[in-house]
Design a protein around this ligand. Structure first.
Ligand code: C5P
Length: 323
């Protein structure tokens, strides 16, 4: 079976990858840049329900609140948005959104015609520099939340301060800290310096909700992936895609994810908005992407026909899962 067919079934292994991607994976393991310790070994395979309950309990949404050092001394308790992200959209009945769409940036979404369906959701999550303008037919034009990695903030090529794609949306940024979650070390040497631009942006646009994911949240997600995978996964943070999916499971009653598990439109085209081809974008090299996707497929409640035609996964929000 092809890699994609095995993903549809939720059975993956690194030896399905090309020799080049396998080598890249190994190099990241040797480097172990974030000093991950592989403690929790894989036990029995959990059922979908057990997996959902573990995610609900272990992956509690958490953002930097400014009350810990070094951020508290820097006055961040007053700098971060007054409402935590979990409360920002909460309705009287306790839930936030009924239906949510997570739109990955994969090239496979081109020519999907999914735009209208995506825009019908109460909230839409997008990633990094992925545009809607010019691609509305395939990706829609509504954006509620945008997850951005620290490169978007740190690299002037992304025009973070001026580009319209970062305006009128809730922003959620992330950067990998050491696995031990030493916030002081993280502050001193982030992967890309997001702290300066974050402070500046908060001061200029205090009304725009803008959060930084807490590194403990990111590594807890990693622990869930490794803890439910037989193979040794890359010692690097999950992709923005995985973070976005789990984040929306905390905010929504139902989540549709588009082109994370690829449809029959699968392609090596990395992003729908760029002419750059690399299978690593879909299968992973730095990120444990293949394993993340397999885990998401294991909790997918939608039919295989949705996967084939729409690249669509259906997930229950945590509030609807009784554990
Ligand atoms: O590349 P970028 O991280 O901005 O893309 C957003 C997310 O979409 C990724 O983190 C990944 O989870 C998903 N993606 C994918 N396949 C691709 C490109 C992106 O699954 N070809």
């Amino acid at each position: 079976a092809s890699v994609i067919q095995r993903l549809w079934r939720g059975h993956v292994s690194a030896d399905m990858l090309s020799p080049r991607l396998q080598r890249a994976m190994k190099n990241y393991m040797y480097a172990n840049k974030h000093h991950v310790s592989y403690k929790r070994r894989h036990r029995a395979a959990l059922s979908a329900k057990e997996l959902l309950c573990q995610m609900k309990a272990q992956a509690r949404l958490r953002t930097v609140d400014g009350w810990e050092q070094p951020f508290s001394s820097l006055g961040w308790a007053r700098l971060v948005p007054p409402l935590p992200l979990e409360e920002l959209y909460r309705q009287q009945d306790g839930s936030s959104f009924k239906t949510c769409a997570v739109v990955t940036s994969a090239g496979a979404i081109l020519h999907s015609g999914l735009g209208k369906e995506i825009d019908m959701h109460d909230a839409v999550l997008r990633f990094n520099a992925a545009p809607t303008e010019g691609y509305e037919r395939d990706v829609g034009n509504k954006t509620t939340i945008r997850i951005i990695n620290s490169q978007i903030l740190a690299n002037p090529n992304h025009h973070f301060n001026t580009s319209s794609i970062y305006k009128n949306v809730t922003l959620v940024a992330w950067d990998p800290a050491p696995y031990t979650v030493n916030l002081q070390k993280w502050y001193e040497s982030p992967d890309y310096n997001l702290f300066g631009p974050y402070v500046e942006h908060r001061k200029l646009h205090p009304g725009q909700p803008f959060y930084i994911l807490h590194p403990s949240y990111i590594w807890q997600l990693w622990d869930v992936i490794q803890g439910n995978t037989q193979e040794t996964i890359q010692p690097n943070p999950p992709s923005s895609g995985f973070m976005g999916i789990v984040l929306m499971m905390a905010l929504c009653e139902q989540v549709h994810v588009y082109e994370y598990i690829p449809s029959t439109r699968q392609t090596d085209l990395c992003h729908y908005h760029e002419r750059y081809y690399d299978a690593a974008c879909t299968l992973g090299a730095y990120h444990p992407l293949l394993y993340e996707k397999s885990l998401i497929q294991r909790i997918n409640m939608g039919p295989e026909s949705d996967l084939r035609r729409k690249g669509r996964v259906t997930l229950p929000g945590f509030s609807t899962v009784d554990c």
